[in-house]
Design a protein. Structure first.
Length: 187
C-alpha cells in the first residue's frame, strides 16, 4: 500500500518535458521564438511610406530645393547714384539699434565724450571699423549697404557727436563709365 501513494505523488510533480529531446527543442524554441517576434516587430515599425523612384522626392523642384546653395551673392551696380541712401537713412536702418541705446557698449549718438577718442582716430579708422566690424558690432553693423553708404552713416553719426567730417564722395569712375558705355553701345 505504501507504494501506490508514493507513485501517485511522483507523477503529480512531473512536467510536460519527459525526454532529453523534448528539452533540447524547448530550449531552442525559447531562443528562436523571441528573436522572430523582435524581427517581425522591427519590420512592422520600419515599414511605411518610403520615397522611391517616381515619387515626389525625385521631382525637379524637390531636388533643386535640396541642392540649393546656403547663401547667394547679389551684385549691386555702383553707378546707380540715385539709389544710394543718405547717412541718416543708413543710421536709422541699422546703426540706431545699438547707438541710440548704447547696447553692447556702443557709444550713443550725440555723446561727445564717448565719441571724442574715436573721432581723434580719424574718418578712415572709423570707416574701417564700421565696414569690418569691431567688438560686438558685426561688419556693416549687420546691414547690407555699399561702402559709400556706410561712409555716409559714419559721417552722420560722428558729426552728430562733435566731428566735422565731410561726406564721402561717390566714386566718379563708376558713375562716369556707365553713361559712356551706354552711348557706345550699337543701336
Amino acid at each position: 500500500m505504501s507504494d501506490a501513494p508514493h507513485d501517485a505523488g511522483h507523477e503529480a510533480h512531473e512536467g510536460p518535458i519527459k525526454t532529453p529531446k523534448q528539452l533540447i527543442w524547448t530550449v531552442v524554441a525559447s531562443f528562436i521564438v523571441p528573436i522572430l517576434i523582435i524581427i517581425l516587430l522591427v519590420n512592422y515599425v520600419a515599414m511605411g511610406d518610403k520615397p522611391a523612384a517616381g515619387t515626389a522626392a525625385l521631382q525637379a523642384e524637390a531636388v533643386a530645393k535640396r541642392i540649393a546653395p546656403v547663401g547667394r551673392v547679389d551684385l549691386k551696380d555702383a553707378s546707380d547714384v540715385a539709389a544710394l541712401k543718405t547717412g541718416e537713412q543708413v543710421y536709422q536702418a541699422v546703426c540706431s539699434a545699438c547707438h541710440n541705446s548704447g547696447a553692447a557698449g556702443a557709444p550713443k549718438l550725440g555723446d561727445a565724450a564717448a565719441w571724442a577718442p574715436r573721432i581723434k582716430t580719424g574718418y578712415d579708422a572709423l570707416l574701417n571699423s564700421a565696414l569690418k566690424g569691431k567688438g560686438a558690432m558685426g561688419a556693416q553693423g549687420g546691414g547690407d549697404f555699399s561702402d559709400v553708404e556706410i561712409g555716409r552713416a559714419v559721417v552722420y553719426l560722428s558729426n552728430q557727436s562733435g566731428a566735422k567730417f565731410a561726406e564721402p564722395a561717390v566714386p566718379a569712375a563708376a558713375g562716369a563709365s556707365a553713361p559712356s558705355a551706354s552711348s557706345s553701345a550699337p543701336k
